[in-house]
Design a protein around this ligand. Structure first.
Ligand code: PMP
Ligand code: GLU
Length: 399
């Protein structure tokens, strides 16, 4: 029977992160001792006070459809959080709560992008940015940054790619997959440059805001008044509160963009889960101590893995300033072989490491950098030690 799939879905790439996590899960179910460091999610459990708030919500009858952009108490709590942590002034009507920050980004892109509009993606970027831009029939323009500059682009590099068709820039800081953090001064320079281009909007994805080892406070791009009315701040609960499964993210944006996102999700998903939203109120308003404890652990693991990666010949790695990923260069292995396997790309490498080393990592092509591979260190020290030793062994077999 003919299958009449749309061009839209036929052309869409499967999410590389979720695909690798799925393959690793399947191989584990077959009994293989796979250590999966592909998907980016805290290995910690959601803090107890947040779980308790969710249980209370069920008992209190928070079980009905919710207002599409989120419960008023959650939007108020998020506005207060943005003031407390980011010195940002937003009213609750500027906040839209969604089923994960992934949906928040999709809402914004689908609301702002017409077919052919250009979307600038400083690369490496998170996998779904380009897929979502494609879905909106936008044209993704990648602006590559290299490991030697900690994978950061300068305003001048970005400016070279701004045209009459440029409508949106999407980036994350701290960055997935590189862990790079843009400093206050770097963001200020970016804001300054953008004052020249009043038709260009920016999605600043701050979902890793708390996972920052620089010792400097997190800077939000929206804190620069000269461009605040063109910035959409994206954030969520998945990373900072170990709440990936709860599916809770949000935007803070100019009212007209918030209203468009409200309309968009009103036709696609409606408001997100009532119980998750009430858990979100607790996360946004109560103690951040569990978050700080988790981040202290991530920092130890980052230092551990950095030391181990440095000892592996052929790998080029930088020390990331935030998030929980290493994005290291493995291009020195291109052209090398082990048995019948030839490594010509990062994709070949992630396949080889899965088969030979039984480790799940994500190839860099999906993040816009074909020389690199991503390792999530949101895993126990024991697993990280094992992975690094398997990695070293598997790479040593390539000649
Ligand atoms: N942005 C970035 C940079 C991410 O790494 C992720 C991964 N979860 C998301 C957005 C989406 O997060 P969620 O949908 O779980 O809120
Ligand atoms: N953001 C995480 C990652 O990059 C979760 C998976 C996903 O949604 O892509 O691995």
């Amino acid at each position: 029977m003919t299958q009449h799939l749309s061009d839209r879905i036929t052309h869409m790439q499967e999410s590389a992160t979720l695909k690798m996590a799925k393959i690793s899960r399947e191989l584990k179910a077959q009994g293989l001792d796979i250590i999966d460091l592909s998907i980016g999610e805290p290995d910690f459990d959601t803090p107890q006070h947040i779980k308790d708030a969710a249980k209370r919500a069920i008992d209190q009858g928070y079980t009905h459809y919710t207002p599409v952009p989120g419960y008023p108490e959650l939007r108020k709590a998020i506005a207060a959080k943005l003031k407390r942590d980011n010195k940002l002034d937003y009213t609750p009507e500027q906040i839209v709560v969604s089923t994960g920050a992934k949906q928040s980004i999709a809402n914004v892109v689908l609301s702002l992008i017409n077919p052919g509009d250009e979307v600038l993606l400083p690369a490496p970027y998170w996998v779904s940015y380009s897929a979502i831009a494609d879905l909106a029939e936008g044209k993704s323009i990648e602006i590559p940054a290299i490991l030697e500059t900690n994978f950061k682009v300068t305003p001048a590099q970005l400016e070279k790619h701004i045209t009459d068709r440029t409508r949106l820039i999407i980036f994350s800081s701290p960055c997935n997959p590189t862990g790079s953090v843009y400093s206050h001064d770097e963001l200020q320079a970016l804001a300054q440059m953008l004052t020249k281009y009043p038709n260009v909007y920016v999605i600043c994805d701050e979902i890793y805001e708390y996972i920052n080892y620089t010792g400097q406070p997190h800077t939000s791009l929206a804190s620069f008044p000269e461009i605040k009315d063109r910035v959409i701040t994206v954030n969520g609960f998945s990373k900072g509160f170990a709440m990936t499964g709860w599916r809770l993210g949000y935007i803070a944006a100019p009212v007209w963009i918030a209203q468009a996102c409200d309309k968009m999700q009103g036709q696609i998903t409606s408001g997100t889960c009532s119980i998750a939203q009430m858990a979100g109120v607790a996360a946004a308003t109560e103690s951040l101590q569990p978050t700080y404890d988790m981040v202290a652990e991530f920092r130890k693991r980052r230092d551990l893995v950095y030391g181990l990666l440095k000892e592996i010949p052929g790998i080029k790695a930088n020390l990331p300033d935030g998030a929980f990923y290493f994005f290291f260069d493995i291009s020195s292995f291109f052209g090398k072989k082990a048995g019948d396997t030839v490594i010509n790309s990062a994709e070949d490498m992630s396949g080889y490491l899965l088969r030979e080393g039984q480790i799940g990592l994500v190839n860099g092509e999906a993040f816009g950098d074909p020389n690199c591979i991503r390792l999530s260190y949101a895993a126990s020290e024991e697993k990280l030690l094992k992975v690094c030793s398997r990695l070293k062994e598997a790479l040593a077999k390539l000649a």
